[in-house]
Design a protein around this ligand. Structure first.
Ligand SMILES: Cc1cc2nc3c(=O)[nH]c(=O)nc-3n(C[C@H](O)[C@H](O)[C@H](O)COP(=O)(O)OP(=O)(O)OC[C@H]3O[C@@H](n4cnc5c(N)ncnc54)[C@H](O)[C@@H]3O)c2cc1C
Length: 250
């Protein structure tokens, strides 16, 4: 963490895949070993660059899923149908293979374990990734800061880190997790599938009077809707930080 510089000059480094695990049928966590990794803050992301044998190269952004831990950089990638990069990373990229990685990137969408304001995390789909880094960093630092996570997924099978989140709610005092389902609810769930609305965020979030730090991450439309709701509920826009997982590349 001490080496995590937010504004240093970024250079491409080589990362080697040392571990991979399925999070859902279409999402995979990749643990990369990146020698001399400078460290990072929860919420930051990296650029990943792939280069073909003919020299063609392309890059995408991926959030870091876990707090700084030496040379380990953990990502979770959702396979986007017909995508150029994500199907490769989720289905082909094998332990021992290498990619180029550049980062850490981003200095605003970050949570520091020294922060004590209550935290509201709102994730849509793969938008959970940087928020999970915050949940894990809170635990690693022994922080008592109050955290509430609202996690919207299509179906129960699409929820990342489900076992770990269940465990953390049990063991990490001051962490609450509320799920919302947009397509299929679990058996016995009280209610129908639906998109997150004002009532959900009002009930499962913090009152604005507590001046919580809000972090919202997911697809662009989701992020804009949730940010608008938070502001309409009376949260100070300066305390609503957003990260949009729109298409990246080049
Ligand atoms: C700051 C930042 C952090 C990100 N972090 C993560 C992360 O932690 N995990 C993760 O899985 N992704 C993350 N993304 C999204 C990621 O960068 C890529 O956009 C995504 O993996 C798709 O790339 P692709 O090459 O497979 O698809 P492309 O070949 O770029 O696109 C294929 C098709 O899918 C559409 N598309 C592209 N991206 C998305 C998307 N995100 N959702 C829905 N449709 C899309 C395109 O418009 C196009 O029609 C992040 C994006 C940003 C900007």
């Amino acid at each position: 963490m001490a080496r995590a510089a937010v504004s240093r000059r970024l250079t491409w480094q080589v990362g080697q895949l040392v571990e991979a695990r399925a999070e859902t049928p279409t999402a995979r966590t990749l643990v990369l070993d990146v020698p001399d990794w400078p460290g990072h803050l929860p919420g930051q992301h990296v650029d990943v660059r792939l280069t073909a044998d003919d020299g063609y190269s392309t890059q995408r952004s991926y959030s870091i899923a876990a707090p700084a831990d030496g040379d380990r950089v953990e990502l979770t990638v959702q396979s986007v149908p017909d995508g150029e990069v994500s199907p490769y990373l989720t289905e082909v990229f094998a332990v021992g293979d290498q990619v180029e990685i550049r980062g850490p990137v981003g200095g605003w969408f970050v949570w520091r374990p020294a922060d004590t304001a209550p935290v509201l995390l709102v994730a849509g789909g793969s938008g959970i990734v940087p928020l999970m880094a915050m949940v894990r960093a809170r635990r690693a630092a022994g922080s008592r800061t109050l955290f509430r996570l609202i996690y919207s997924v299509r179906t129960p099978a699409d929820a990342y880190y489900a076992d770990e989140l269940r465990r953390r709610v049990r063991d990490d005092a001051g962490l609450d997790v509320t799920y919302a389902y947009t397509r299929t609810v679990p058996d016995g769930w009280p209610g129908q599938p639906r998109r997150l609305g004002v009532a959900d965020i009002n009930t499962a979030g913090w009152p604005p009077d507590l001046a919580p730090a809000c972090y919202v991450c997911g697809p662009t439309g989701f992020v804009e809707t949730v940010a608008d709701i938070l502001v309409a509920l009376g949260h100070d826009p300066r305390r609503v930080r957003t990260e949009r997982f729109g298409p990246t590349g080049g």
